[in-house]
Structures are given as structure tokens and as C-alpha cells.
Design a protein around this ligand. Structure first.
Ligand SMILES: [Zn+2]
Ligand SMILES: [Zn+2]
Length: 262
């Protein structure tokens, strides 16, 4: 199976000068020239100019990275940690599908209906495929600037299922994948775009009504109100809509296209 890899910059908000590394499972990992097993931890600082972390064979591994006292996270992939100026930049190279599942898990709360998760998975994959480069040292960061991304979900979790059941499916406009915008709550109607949004490849967002938000008019809009409304998408899924119907509603004029025929 062909893997599409993405490079995600993590922990950038913390501007770390120290990052610790340890295995995230029983399997050993390689950190630079060291082998780490069990609870063995390596500490990288600004004098470690460039350190690659992987499985012993050089492939993806379960890796726990931490900024001591601030944040600790488990990733699946390979990692490159390098010194740029006065901080360490941590970049995880991961299978795009792992990133899709991770984004879905970060974007929607546990218990969100599966068809809404699948719609979100298509949006995340389309964003990763179609967004213009946004950083110099990696493709995307892990904040809302690019895509929210935390630890990746377990294969048993719905976010993982949403990614695998929509594998290869992208939101397209005139045959080209677009980097779709979406927001948390639209307030009743989404809005139309005045100008070309980055990665939209000519697609202009249209204002569409959102039944859930119209019925809950006391709830304020959250986000820029372009494209899918996450609250409305969950409500549509609960009332029986498929992810394709959800996407067709919030992105009129686009197509849900399968690039990975099963
Ligand atoms: Zn970013
Ligand atoms: Zn809405």
C-alpha cells in the first residue's frame, strides 16, 4: 500500500530549548545514535543540532516527546528534532491517514456521530492534500493556524474508523481537491466568501442555512462561518444524514470524490 507522508511541526507554541524522547510502546526506538528501550529517556538540547528518531529499521515508531513541565505527547511516525536559532523544532513525519485520524479526534468531541466524524475526516484529508505550504521547516503545525492535532487515536476509536472508512476520499471542485474551511458553530447560516480562500482553487463558499443553529438561535456563532458547521453536521448525522449529504449541504458545487477505488 502506498503511503502518503505529511510533516507536522509540533510543540512550536512552547519554543522549547529542551525536548525529551522515550519509546511509546514496548518496542525499542533509535534516537540519533542511541537505542532507547522501556523507560529510557534521551534529553535533547540546543547543542543537538539534528536528531532523527525512528524504529530500529528506520521506519515509523511509537514515540513519546515531551517539553519538560509543559506537555507530553505520543506520536506514531518518525521524528526529526533540529536546532533553529534559539529553539528546537520538532517535526513528525507520519502517514497522512494517521494525521487524518488524529485531526478528527482533536476536532470533534468523543461520542460525536460517526457520519459527522467521516465528514470531518474528508475535510482533514482534503486540507492536507490541497493546502499550500504554510511553514518553512514542515508542511503543517499542530495548532489552529493549520490543523489541530493531538495524540493519534487507537484503531478501536471512532476517529480512526472515520478515517479508514473514507480512505482516499477528498472534497473536490472542478476535479481538484480543495483545502476546505469549517467552523464550530455558524449561528444559523454559513457565509459566502468574498475572495479566493487559500487552497480553494476557485471555489467560492456559499451561504447555506443550518437547521441546528437556526433552532438554537441563542447559541452564538464560533469561528469564521465558512463551510461546514460542526454543530450542524453532528445534528444532521444524528437525524440520519450520511457524510456525503453533510458535505454536499455545506459545500454546494463541490463533489465528494474517491481517489482510492476499493
Ligand atoms: Zn501552521
Ligand atoms: Zn450551524
Amino acid at each position: 500500500m502506498l503511503l502518503t507522508l505529511v510533516h507536522i511541526g509540533v510543540f512550536g507554541l512552547f519554543h522549547p530549548s529542551k525536548i525529551t524522547v522515550r519509546p511509546g510502546s514496548a518496542a525499542a526506538i533509535i534516537c540519533g545514535s542511541r537505542v532507547l528501550e522501556g523507560t529510557q529517556t534521551a534529553t535533547l538540547g540546543l547543542s543537538n543540532l539534528e536528531t532523527r528518531i525512528s524504529s530500529p529499521s528506520g521506519g515509523a515508531a511509537d514515540i513519546v516527546l515531551a517539553v519538560p513541565g509543559r506537555i507530553e505527547r505520543l506520536y506514531r511516525g518518525t521524528a526529526l528534532i533540529k536546532t533553529v536559532g534559539e529553539e528546537l523544532i520538532a517535526v513528525i513525519e507520519m502517514d497522512r491517514e494517521v494525521a487524518v485520524a488524529s485531526i478528527v479526534a482533536a476536532e470533534l468531541p468523543p461520542g460525536a456521530p460517526l457520519e459527522a466524524l467521516k465528514a470531518q475526516a474528508v475535510l482533514a484529508r482534503s486540507f492536507l492534500a490541497a493546502s499550500p505550504p504554510r511553514h518553512r521547516d514542515f508542511d503543517f503545525c499542530d495548532t489552529t493556524h493549520c490543523q489541530f492535532l493531538r495524540a493519534w487515536p487507537n484503531p478501536g476509536q471512532d476517529a480512526y474508523r472515520a478515517a479508514s472508512e473514507t480512505r482516499g476520499i477528498l472534497l473536490t471542485y472542478r476535479g481538484t481537491a480543495i483545502a476546505p474551511r469549517y467552523s464550530a458553530a455558524c449561528g444559523g447560516h454559513t457565509i459566502s466568501s468574498e475572495a479566493d480562500e487559500p487552497g480553494s482553487h476557485g471555489y467560492r463558499y456559499q451561504s447555506v442555512p443550518c437547521n441546528y443553529c437556526l433552532r438554537h438561535s441563542a447559541e452564538p456563532a464560533r469561528g469564521h462561518r465558512l463551510g461546514l458547521c460542526q454543530q450542524g453536521a453532528s445534528a444532521m448525522a444524528l437525524s440520519g444524514a450520511t457524510y456525503r449529504e453533510i458535505l454536499n449541504h455545506y459545500y454546494p458545487g463541490t463533489k465528494v470524490t474517491d481517489f482510492h477505488p476499493r
